[in-house]
Design a protein around this ligand. Structure first.
Ligand code: GDP
Ligand code: MG
Length: 440
């Protein structure tokens, strides 16, 4: 496993007061191996390697930072530079057109994206303009039904531009209109000319290029063709549930000077996630815990020398307690097993006390946690980071998106408030106090 050998190389730096050129070479070599195996373009890998080497040798670690943490931070920052930030997708009215090769996953992605926008409280519609592929209409309509979103298509019309025009008129009530197109490549001039005409008609706010994760090196020339024809604002990588890591798409991103918007990882409408640099980097390197590792480095940058794999409750005390932190805590609880068993492990909460609760008391709590999870899925990044911005209109949008009652959303916000207040009280204590409390 490449990830673990990179990890090993990084671990070897632990405790070193100085990092040599040779150490840097070793790390860069490991990263190169992983990235090339993940189909990342050779020129991009070379550029990344040079940047890491230059920075690691030229820049001085800030005071109080171990050389190891400093190198880790440079590596991470350069990898983020390589994969880019997520395509900006404001939760507002917009039209998005999908382009890409036949079979890349456009139709599936259209339904997935529609589903995703619906969880954000927006009303999406799919407009199906593929007149080439028999069955495209049925496939798309069926997926729209599964995503429970509006759909427009016309199996009797053979001009995609007409379908696009009529589709826009028919879906006026939708907030987000996703225009699916037929598969094509740059070699087919007729089809390229056709997508230009659809573009003229639709005037999308964004054009997304859909790429199969297994695309490899040819992604670059594909991207160039679509860039010439319609301009590409973002990339969607599909089929990441397979063995391909999707590194080829980075050349497409580079070629179009765009970013990655979504990742697809399955055939159902829910198998979609927003692109997020650290998760994707971990996947590219085959290093599952890179995110946790780097988050710590980013946040603290204070050398501690302690084991970085452990989740440390004191980390939370250092900064603001966000809804994301709360979610992480909920996940930790869930991973420990059914709530009643967890309660049994806590002194004073076990055995007798549990028996006194009504039978369904624990189910209700777990149901509430599940609801909270669904509600948080309908929140924006901003809201998760800073729940104070959630006023009445946002609450309504979140309710609509999650399908949960307002009361539940308020319960979630209340619980978060209580937990942050509790943590604030802990913040006043010294380190030792906290440790003692956790051990109790
Ligand atoms: P299009 O020709 O670009 O519209 O591609 P489709 O959306 O029809 O997808 C082509 C095939 O790939 C279909 O069988 C899809 O079910 C499948 N597919 C699409 N996205 C994914 C994905 O993320 N994972 C997997 N495993 N299959 C996918
Ligand atoms: Mg299709």
């Amino acid at each position: 496993n490449l990830g673990s050998s990179l990890r090993g190389t990084l671990d070897n730096l632990r405790g070193k007061s100085r990092i040599s050129e040779e150490d840097i070479e070793d790390i860069v070599k490991e990263i190169q191996r992983s990235l090339l195996q993940a189909d990342v373009d050779v020129a991009l890998v070379q550029e990344l390697s040079n940047n890491i080497k230059t920075r690691a040798l030229d820049e001085e670690p800030p005071a109080g930072t171990t050389p190891r943490d400093w190198v880790l931070r440079i590596v991470y920052e350069e990898l983020v530079e390589l994969v880019g930030e997520s395509t900006d997708l404001p939760l507002e009215e917009q039209t998005i057109m999908l382009a890409g090769l036949y079979g890349s996953g456009k139709t599936t992605t259209a339904a997935k994206m529609a589903w995703w926008f619906s969880t954000k409280g927006l009303r999406p519609a799919i407009i199906q303009t593929d007149t080439d592929r028999p069955g495209a209409y049925d496939q798309s309509k069926e997926m729209a039904e599964r995503a429970e979103v509006d759909f427009y298509g016309d199996p009797d019309e053979d001009d995609p531009v007409t379908i696009a025009r009529e589709g826009l008129a028919a879906t006026e009530e939708a907030d987000v209109r996703i225009v699916d197109t037929a598969g094509r490549d740059g070699l087919n001039e007729e089809l390229i000319e056709q997508i230009e005409r659809i573009e003229d008609e639709v005037r999308p706010d964004r054009n997304l290029l859909v790429l199969d994760a297994a695309m490899g090196q040819s992604a670059k020339s594909q991207a160039a063709d679509f860039q010439d024809a319609i301009g590409i604002d973002g990339v969607v990588i599909t089929k990441l549930d397979g063995t391909a890591k999707g590194g080829g798409a980075l050349a497409a991103v580079d070629e179009t000077d765009s970013t990655i918007a979504f990742l697809g990882s399955g055939e159902t409408v829910k198998d979609i996630e927003r692109f997020e640099p650290s998760g994707f980097i971990s996947r590219l390197l085959g290093m599952g815990d890179l995110k946790q590792l780097t988050e710590r480095v980013e946040r603290a940058m204070e050398a501690t020398g302690e084991d970085e794999e452990d989740w440390d409750p004191e980390d939370m005390l250092e900064g603001q307690f966000t809804l994301k932190d709360m979610r992480k805590q909920m996940e930790t609880m869930n991973n420990m097993g059914p709530l009643d068993q967890v309660m049994d492990m806590i002194p004073g909460m076990g055995g007798g006390l549990m028996d006194q609760l009504p039978d369904d008391a624990m189910d209700v709590t777990q149901e509430r946690m599940r609801d909270f999870d669904v509600i948080m899925d309908s929140m924006t990044e901003e809201e998760l980071e800073n729940p104070r911005v959630i006023g009445q209109s946002r609450t309504e949008r979140i309710c609509h998106g999650s399908g949960k009652p307002e009361e539940r959303v308020r319960e979630l916000l209340e619980q978060h408030k209580q937990m942050s207040q509790m943590l604030k009280q802990f913040q006043g204590m010294g380190d030792g106090d906290m440790e003692r409390m956790m051990k109790q």
